[in-house]
Design a binder for this molecule. Structure first.
Ligand SMILES: [Ca+2]
Ligand SMILES: [Ca+2]
Length: 146
């Protein structure tokens, strides 16, 4: 969810786009704003941008649609941030930063026991390490934490 401050700044951004104050952003307004930002979108690009957001197919972007778009953006960023913590843990256990490589099941078990966690890690790993290789790759590791 967006905070009150975020909604407020969305409102300001929206008003910047909505030059005639009609309460919607139409294609011309979107184009003019992007051009003011130094971009040079084609009519087709503008159309695609609007249709991506335009849930009610009105051909214009209402404030609710604008808000939803910003919120989606924010959730995407948050999901990315979550990922980076998983990657950091993966690297700390011997994996690679680019999400390749793998960590040994033995090491993972040791760490879990060191932390005194009560989860049944061996059972979990049996479920995740389906090929029984004794190695946990990034996707498996991520599933483990999920
Ligand atoms: Ca308008
Ligand atoms: Ca609309």
């Amino acid at each position: 969810m967006l905070s009150v401050e975020e909604i407020e700044s969305c409102r300001q951004a929206f008003n910047t786009f909505d030059k005639d104050g009609s309460g919607t952003i139409d294609a011309n307004e979107l184009k003019a704003t992007l051009e003011a930002l130094g971009q040079n979108p084609t009519a087709e690009e503008i159309f695609l941008m609007i249709s991506e957001v335009d849930d009610d197919n009105s051909g214009e972007i209402e404030f609710a649609e604008f808000l939803r778009c910003i919120q989606n953006q924010k959730e995407k960023l948050a999901a990315k941030a979550d990922d980076s913590e998983t990657v950091a843990a993966f690297v700390a256990l011997g994996g690679c930063k680019d999400q390749t490589g793998s960590i040994s099941v033995q090491k993972l078990c040791d760490v879990v026991k060191d932390f005194g966690l009560t989860i049944d890690i061996e059972k979990l790993i049996q479920e995740i390490d389906k090929d029984g290789s004794g190695q946990v790759d990034y996707e498996e590791f991520k599933a483990l934490l999920a």
